[in-house]
Design a protein around this ligand. Structure first.
Ligand code: CNA
Length: 280
C-alpha cells in the first residue's frame, strides 16, 4: 500500500474539532507519547519500519533474534554486536525535527501537560522542551556505566570506543563487565519515575501519540490510560496499538512532520512553528 504524503484523517473523531477545542481552551492539558518516528526525518532510522528500520539490517550480525542486540541478557555475554552498530546509531549533532518543535510550541503555550518519550536521542531538550515536562522512559546516551558493577565510565573514553567500534570494559580490572549506555535495554526496568508519572495520563484532556509502533511495553499501554471520552490523536505512518477502537480516536496517517504542520495550520500557529523550528 502506498503511503500518502498528505496525512489523511480517518475514524470517528476529527482533527478540526481537536484544533477547535485547543483554540477555545477546552483542551489545555495535552499528554504526549513519542517514539522513533518523530526523529527519522532528523536522520535517525527507527527499528521497525520495513527496509529503513534497524531490524531489517541486522542479518550480517547473526543475532538469535533482532531485539537481542538490545537485550541485557544477550549483551551481558555478547556486547560486540551492539558496538558494531553503535557508531551509526550514536546521535551526533542532529537538528530536532519540526515535530519536536511542535511539542516545544505546545509547552511554550502552556498546553503540554507531560511528554513521555521512548527516544534516546535527546532531541526533545535540543528543541527547547522544558526537561521537567519530559520523562525519558528508555533513558539516554548521555552517560554510561558498567552493566555488571554499575561503576560509571568517562564520556571521552566512551566516545572513543563508539568511534572505533570497540567494546569498552569496566575500568575496575577485577570486574571486566562491558560498559553500557544508560539506555533501557530489553530485560531492564524503566526509570523509577515511570510508575508515578503514569497517572498524569489520566489528567490529560488530549492524548497525542506520535511516531511509535506501540509494540514495546510498558509505554505501549499509556494511550489506554487516557480517560474515556478524552480524544486520542495518533500521528503516525501506520495504525498502532488500539487506536481506532474508541469513538474519540483520530488517526492522521502519514509523516509526523506533515501532521504537525497540518495541525499548526488549523490552529493558526504555522508561522510561529516554522520560526521556532528554524531558530532551534
Ligand atoms: P518503532 O517500533 O521502530 O516504530 C516506529 C513507528 O514510527 C512505526 O510505526 C513507523 O511507521 C513510524 N514512523 C517512522 N517514521 C515516521 C515518520 N516520519 N512519521 C510518522 N511515523 C513514522 O519505534 P518505537 O519508538 O515505537 O519503539 C520503541 C523503541 C525504539 C524505543 O526503545 C526507542 O528507544 C527505540 N528507538 C529510538 C530511536 C531514537 O531515539 N530516535 C531510534 C530508533 C529506535
Amino acid at each position: 500500500e502506498a503511503t500518502e504524503s498528505i496525512p489523511s484523517t480517518s475514524t470517528q473523531g476529527d482533527i478540526e474539532s481537536i484544533a477547535d477545542n485547543i483554540k477555545n481552551g477546552h483542551i489545555s492539558r495535552i499528554v504526549v507519547l513519542t517514539g522513533a518516528g518523530i526523529s527519522t526525518s532528523a536522520g535517525i532510522p527507527d527499528f521497525r519500519s520495513p527496509t529503513t528500520g534497524l531490524y531489517d539490517k541486522l542479518a550480517p550480525l547473526k543475532l538469535p533474534y533482532p531485539e537481542a542486540i538490545f537485550h541485557i541478557s544477550y549483551f551481558s555475554h555478547s556486547p560486540e554486536p551492539f558496538y558494531a552498530i553503535a557508531r551509526a546509531r550514536h546521535p551526533g549533532n542532529l537538528k530536532p525535527t519540526i515535530s519536536h518543535a511542535f511539542l516545544a510550541l505546545l509547552a511554550k503555550k502552556g498546553l503540554l501537560h507531560y511528554l513521555f518519550t521512548q527516544n534516546i536521542d535527546g532531541l526533545e531538550e535540543d528543541a527547547g522542551i522544558p526537561t521537567d515536562k519530559v520523562l525519558w522512559a528508555h533513558g539516554n546516551w548521555k552517560s554510561q556505566h558498567c552493566w555488571k558493577c554499575k561503576t560509571e565510565y568517562p564520556d571521552d573514553l566512551m566516545k572513543r570506543a563508539i568511534h572505533n567500534g570497540e567494546v569498552p570494559y569496566c575500568l575496575k580490572a577485577e570486574c571486566g563487565g562491558a560498559i553500557k549506555p544508560n539506555v533501557v535495554f530489553f530485560g531492564q526496568s524503566l526509570p523509577k519515575e515511570f510508575d508515578e508519572k503514569e497517572k498524569v495520563v489520566g489528567q490529560g484532556d488530549l492524548m497525542l501519540v506520535m511516531g511509535t509502533s506501540l509494540k514495546v511495553a510498558p509505554c505501549s499501554t499509556l494511550p489506554r490510560l487516557a480517560n474515556k471520552g478524552v480524544p486520542r490523536l495518533l500521528i503516525n505512518m501506520e495504525k498502532a496499538g488500539d487506536f481506532g477502537n474508541r469513538k474519540e480516536d483520530v488517526c492522521m496517517l502519514g509523516p509526523c512532520d506533515d501532521g504537525v504542520r497540518r495541525l499548526a495550520d488549523l490552529l493558526g500557529w504555522r508561522d510561529e512553528l516554522e520560526t521556532l523550528w528554524k531558530d532551534a
